[in-house]
Design a protein around this ligand. Structure first.
Ligand code: PEP
Ligand code: MG
Length: 938
């Protein structure tokens, strides 16, 4: 095969010409780039707006305007890689199209000059049968949205021009193959016709001829296909310019197709960005056996191994690789077949990877032995690959530790903490819910917590399936390998408790019909009965039929290295939300620097404890209540002592009882009778008490510090339990550091009432024990009123810290019930009303705005007040960045999210340092300065 170096290609000469032409016209890129503001009236500045860019007018930093694909094409051209000439229509023009709403291209969009440049660079003419130029029209958003939007290839063909292609290439088969591809794609993408009848035409002809492969089709066969396609859709415009306008419009429209909207909402990509459109001269991989097309990665995206990796298909177009009709060959075979082309590709991938400082995903086409680069972007990779690549690149000297740390997708890091599904295993997906708690579990399905416990005691692995879980399910959750619920969001009981236990959980699987009486689970067509086996993946939210192989992700040296980078940099402390000694131990082993939230009510979920709690609640007199409180106090003291021991030397924040009392009471008649028997009271007393405590809106009801206001004796018991546990440990030579936190505070007056009671009980207990120690008292900030009056709150005598409870704060700021919002949040996201679930990621504008107000007021009053966050957002990377930016002292999250929060906190610090260094002109020039600046001094 003939192979020319890229320097010989007419396109390179053309690119240089085009650069000169721009210079001659005085078109400096900066002076041309006048972006349209989304809300600017389109007509006002229409003539000064640059809507179309040639490749030599853009660069990699213009992703917002030219899309990722467009910006990287410009950059590859700048690096003098062989890129087919192209022009890019900006994302702003796409927004302008939507704003104008005429259904036509913006009147001011004019690409004739750039089309002419493409013609000059290729020596071909668009729409001219003598030497026709065909183009591809592709989408390209600022963030990668693989496969979500539309593309039209081989555009610029009609009956006359196809003859021109035959004349210029002498290859009739290629000409008709290309023409049929165009008719098919245009009909599908631009005119929205069904693909199937088109596919049937090809199948029929293949059947008639007794052949199977596209490669076996001859020129006359493709010609026949073209004839049939034209009958199926006689309305494809024959004017190439009309085709081009139609395709650009279709790409603009595809920004708002269902797939794209859903993808954006899952990935937090704003609807307001729009897509760019690249119009590029076609390079052909399907002309003959000297052509081909492929996809390559500069390193293995699955394992991270530093080995050029990819696949190619000879004599094929790009869409054949994607469609999977033929099995591509490994690049090694290309190296054998076309050593020079391979060597050139190999050189470019190395160059691009070094240049971008990241693993590259490359699309290329080989046309008659000549290589063309069609796309490069940072490649998607597994969690395992991402840490290996980051660590290797630091060792190789390509990246600093800070830069490498910023390449790590923090929220994928739970891969290392839980057994995960073998990606190669066969799976049958039967349902999908929210990825509530990572890991994967396989087991027999059971429908009650008692069954889960009983089966687990027999050594069986079970998955507990519930409509939703309540505190009474806790033993079942503990016994099960995993939990699947039909209702509930990311902060539902099931999700929070499962994450706390490090137990895999899929919540909010709304398609699941759970009948716990009949003990059946229906998921679409699949009906399962008790003890049928399923597998759930808490990292993706998927539910599978039967067993799926799992593998454990053990201690990984690269992962540990990445954690160390983060720890060396971060300013935020990472604490954990833990309610038991086991959780505390796990969290500490994962790097937790203390407990930011110990939900004391969780200590009463065990069966022998809940009965003491229930007896206390149904007490009719204070005296009786005090007796039961004493039993409860003993449990609590033991637990707290053990937790303090596990976290010895580190802070442990114990929160006073929060949930509404009725949550602890039994609901069924049998259970009420059992309680009545236990406490020796008539059933009617228990029933009355249950009825009395019922609430219409428990989340806004009798919970949190309101319990302390009405029943001070409960608070006193808890404060004494903390103090006496700490005193016991201290006497045993340990170093306990307990703190007490008051929940659901709305006014400083509540604290003025409660804090002195806590102080008195603590002082008394410590005095009795003969121990002198400090037990700081703080408040949760989880209601808007508390935030608005944060100065009064922190100004309250005895209040030493505040911890934002962003679960309740999100609930109360949005007015979305945290347990019910699952029913509509998905629809909000689909319709672009929400870019993300505010219960999963902090809403910086609304909830975050209120947090900022609170901080401002609090810091003005008491500058040194310790500030933390203990809602579920404490383990979510983007939220952690926000808390870092607001100067929080710590985040507190579920044990299994601790490493994620450590990495995210390190990344937030690294980002700040790199930005600062870039501002100081240090970035890249002085890696050592950045390193030094990032080191902690303490
Ligand atoms: C919160 O509301 O954010 C919080 C941590 O408390 P809980 O989830 O227990 O209500
Ligand atoms: Mg709360």
């Amino acid at each position: 095969m003939e192979h020319k170096t890229t320097q010989d290609t007419p396109w390179f000469r053309g690119a240089a010409r085009s650069r000169r032409r721009s210079a001659a016209r005085g078109l400096s890129m900066k002076s041309q780039a006048t972006p349209v503001k989304p809300d600017a009236p389109a007509s006002s500045a229409a003539d000064t707006i640059k809507r179309v860019y040639l490749l030599d007018e853009g660069n990699k930093d213009m992703k917002m305007l030219l899309g990722g694909k467009g910006a990287n094409l410009c950059e590859m051209a700048k690096l003098e890689l062989p890129v087919p000439p192209a022009f890019i229509i900006t994302t702003e023009t796409c927004l302008e199209y939507f704003r104008e709403g005429t259904g036509n291209l913006p009147a001011a969009l004019d690409f004739e000059e750039q089309l002419k440049a493409l013609e000059d660079d290729t020596g071909k003419k668009f729409g001219n049968p003598q030497n026709p130029l065909l183009v591809s029209v592709r989408s390209g958003a600022p963030a990668s949205m693989p496969g979500m939007m539309d593309t039209v290839l081989n555009l610029g063909l009609n009956d006359e021009i196809v003859q021109g292609i035959i004349d210029t290439t002498g290859n009739e088969r290629f000409a008709y193959d290309t023409y049929r591809r165009f008719l098919n794609m245009y009909s599908d993408v631009v005119m929205d016709l069904d693909k199937e009848p088109f596919e049937e035409v090809i199948s029929e002809i293949k059947k008639k001829k007794g052949i199977k492969l596209d490669l076996e089709m001859e020129a006359s066969d493709w010609k026949e296909v073209v004839g049939e396609f034209k009958k199926l859709n006689p309305n494809v415009p024959t004017d190439p310019r009309e085709q081009l306008r139609g395709a650009i419009l279709a790409v603009f429209r595809s920004w708002n197709n269902d797939r794209a909207i859903r993808y954006r909402s899952y990935n937090g990509i704003p609807d307001a960005w729009g897509t760019a459109v690249s119009v590029q001269a076609m390079a052909y991989g399907n002309m003959n056996d000297g052509c081909g097309t492929g996809v390559a990665f500069s390193r293995n995206p699955s394992t991270g191994e530093n080995k050029f990796f990819g696949e190619f298909l000879p004599n094929a177009a790009g869409e054949d690789v994607v469609a999977g009709i033929r099995t591509p060959q490994p690049l090694e075979e290309m190296a054998q077949k076309w050593p020079e082309v391979y060597a050139e590709l190999f050189k470019y991938q190395g160059q691009l990877e070094k240049y971008y400082g990241d693993m590259q995903d490359i699309e290329f086409t080989v046309e008659n032995g000549r290589l063309y680069m069609l796309q490069c972007r940072n490649g998607k990779r597994t969690a395992k690959a991402s840490v290996k690549i980051a660590v290797d690149m630091v060792k190789e000297g390509t990246l600093t530790e800070q830069e490498a740390l910023l390449r790590i997708p923090a929220n994928q890091m739970d891969f290392f903490l839980h057994p995960t599904l073998d990606p190669k295993a066969e799976k049958t997906v039967i349902g999908e819910g929210l990825p509530a708690s990572p890991g994967a579990a396989t087991g027999k399905i059971v429908f009650t917590p008692d069954d889960a416990e009983a089966m687990a005691n027999l050594g069986e692995d079970v998955i507990l399936v519930r409509k939703e879980t309540t505190p009474e399910d806790i033993h079942g959750m503990k016994s099960a390998q995993g939990v699947l619920t039909a209702l509930g969001g990311m902060t539902s009981h099931a999700a929070v408790v499962a994450r706390g236990m490090g137990k895999c959980c899929v919540s909010g699987c709304t398609a699941a019909e759970v009948d716990f009486r009949a003990k059946t689970l229906k998921l679409g067509e699949v009906e399962l009965k008790e003890h049928d086996v399923i597998t759930i993946d808490g990292s993706t939210g998927e539910v599978y039929l039967g067993t799926v192989d799992r593998r454990s992700a053990t201690e990984d040296a690269d992962f540990q290295t990445v954690l160390k980078w983060a720890d060396d940099l971060r300013q935020l402390k990472v604490l954990t939300n833990a309610d038991t000694p086991e959780q505390a131990k796990t969290a500490r082993s994962l790097g937790a620097q203390g407990i930011g939230l110990c939900r004391s009510e969780h200590m009463f979920f065990a069966p022998e404890r809940i009965s003491a709690m229930r007896a206390m609640i149904v007490s009719e007199e204070k005296k009786e209540r005090l007796e039961h409180l004493e039993t409860m106090g003993a449990f609590q003291r033991d637990d707290i002592a053990k937790i303090l021991e596990e976290m010895d030397g580190l802070p442990v924040t114990i929160r006073l009882l929060d949930p509404p009392l009725h949550e602890f009471l039994p609901h069924s008649l049998d259970e009420m009778q059992a309680l009545a028997d236990t406490v020796g009271k008539p059933l009617s007393v228990v029933q009355d008490r249950v009825a009395q405590l019922q609430e219409v809106n428990p989340m806004l009801g009798f919970r949190g510090c309101r319990l302390s206001v009405v029943y001070p004796e409960i608070t006193e018991m808890q404060a004494r339990a903390v103090a006496s546990a700490a005193a016991t440990n201290k006497k045993a030579g340990l170093d306990p550091k307990p703190e007490i936190m008051v929940p659901v505070v709305s006014t400083a007056k509540e604290l003025r009432l409660i804090v002195p009671r806590i102080q008195a009980a603590v002082a008394d207990e410590l005095k009795k024990a003969g121990v002198d120690m400090d037990i700081p008292i703080g408040t949760m900030m989880e209601l808007p009123r508390a935030c608005q009056t944060a100065d009064q709150i922190v100004g309250t005598e005895g209040v030493e810290f505040m911890s934002f409870g962003t679960n309740d704060l999100t609930q109360s700021v949005w007015g979305f019930s945290r347990d019910d919002a699952i029913k509509f949040i998905g629809r909000y996201q689909e319709q672009g009303l929400l870019d993300f679930d505010p219960f999963a990621r902090i809403d910086e504008e609304g909830v975050g705005g209120l947090i900022k107000t609170a901080l401002e007021k609090a810091r003005a009053k008491q500058p040194g007040t310790k500030v933390g966050i203990c809602g579920e957002h404490g383990g979510e990377p983007k939220s952690v960045h926000f808390f870092h930016s607001q100067g929080f002292d710590y985040v507190s999250c579920s044990p299994f999210r601790v490493p994620i929060a450590r990495i995210a906190a390190g990344q937030a610090a690294a980002q700040e340092l790199l930005k600062k260094s870039a501002g100081d002109g240090l970035y890249r020039n002085s890696i050592t300065n950045v390193k030094r600046a990032g080191k902690k001094t303490d």
